[in-house]
Design a binder for this molecule. Sequence first.
Ligand code: IPM
Ligand code: MG
Length: 356
Amino acid sequence: MTKKIAVLPGDGIGQEIVAEAIKVIKKLQADGLDVEMNEGLVGGTAYDATGTPLPEETLKLAKESDAILLGAVGGYKWESLDISVRPEKGLLGLRSELGLFANLRPAILYPQLADASTLKPEVVSGLDIMIVRELTGGIYFGQPRGVRTLDNGEREGFNTLVYRESEVKRIAEVAFDIARKRGKKVCSVDKANVLEVTEMWRDVVNELHKDNSDIELSHMYVDNAAMQLVRAPKQFDVMVTTNMFGDILSDCAAMLTGSIGMLPSASLNEKGQGMYEPIHGSAPDIAGQNVANPLATILSVAMMLRYSLDEPAMADRIEKAVEKVLDDGLRTADIYSDGMKKVSTSEMGDAVVAAL
Ligand code: IPM
Ligand code: MG
C-alpha cells in the first residue's frame, strides 16, 4: 500500500532544505519507492496564513500520514508573539498530539569533515553517539505552568518537572533496544542528587536493566555529562535523558561534529509513526539565500525510510550518496574549508540526486 508522507517545510531555511529532500524522494519514487507526499503549513508561516502555528488541517494530515518530514520553525518575525501562538508551539503540538515520545538524535563525525570540529581530531575522530531524548513529557509539558502575580505585586514564573514511571520505562526501553544494535552501552543522564523526579528516573532505569543485562548501563549527572561530552565524548554510545536535558545535551553533542547542518533526527511514537527533521533550526539570517546545508534534511529522509517506511536499503543508498558528495569535495558554506568546492543548497541537493 502507498505510504503517506506529510511534508511540512515550516519557516526560514526550512523551505529551501525541504525542497532538496523532496528531490531525493522523487528520485526514489522513480526507482520504485511507493509513497505519496502531501504538503502542509506549520510554524510562523502557518500563523501568518491562518492565525495558528498548527492548523487543524495540518494536524489531521500529520495524523493520517505514516511519516512527517519537517524543515524548521521559528524566526525573528514571530519572536514577539504571545508564547501560545509562537512557531515553536506548532512543533511542540505535533510532538504531543502524535505522542512522539522518543527523539533519536545521532551525533556522528563524518571523517571527511574532521576539521570542522572545534575539538582536537583525536578527541572526536570516529565519534558516533545516539542521544535518546524523552520528547513529550518533563518540564516542557508539566502542569502547572505559568506566570502569576504575588500579593506584593512581584511576578513569579513556574514550570513543573514531572515524569511517570511508565514514561521513563518506555523511553529507557527504546534506549536499550537501540544500544543492542550498536555499541551495547547506555548512559542514563539525570540530576538524581537534587531532583526527586530524576532519582525515580534512575530507579526505573535500573529496574528495567534487569531485563536488559546484556547492555552495559551507567548513570551520570547532567552537569558531568555536559563536561564529559566535551572532554571525552567517545566514551558514550547511547545516552538517554529527559526532555530538557536532552534538548541541551543534543546541541552540545551536535557541535562536537562541527557541522550541525549534517545531523538528522527522528521522533517516534508507539505506533512507529515518526517525524523526521534536521537538528538545526530555521536560521532566519541566511533564509532565502540558497546557501543552507540540505544534508541534515536529506539524511532525515534516510532515517524516515529506515524507521517508518521499512526501506532500509533505500536509506543506505541515501547515506552512501551523501558520503559520495562529501568525498567529491562538495561543501555548503557551513562546512566549507580551503581546497573544497563551495556549492549552494540546490547544487548540493542535485549532487546527492546524481549520486543516488
Ligand atoms: C529542539 C528545539 C525545540 C525544543 C524548540 C524549537 C521548541 O530546540 O528541537 O531541540 O526545545 O525542543
Ligand atoms: Mg534544541
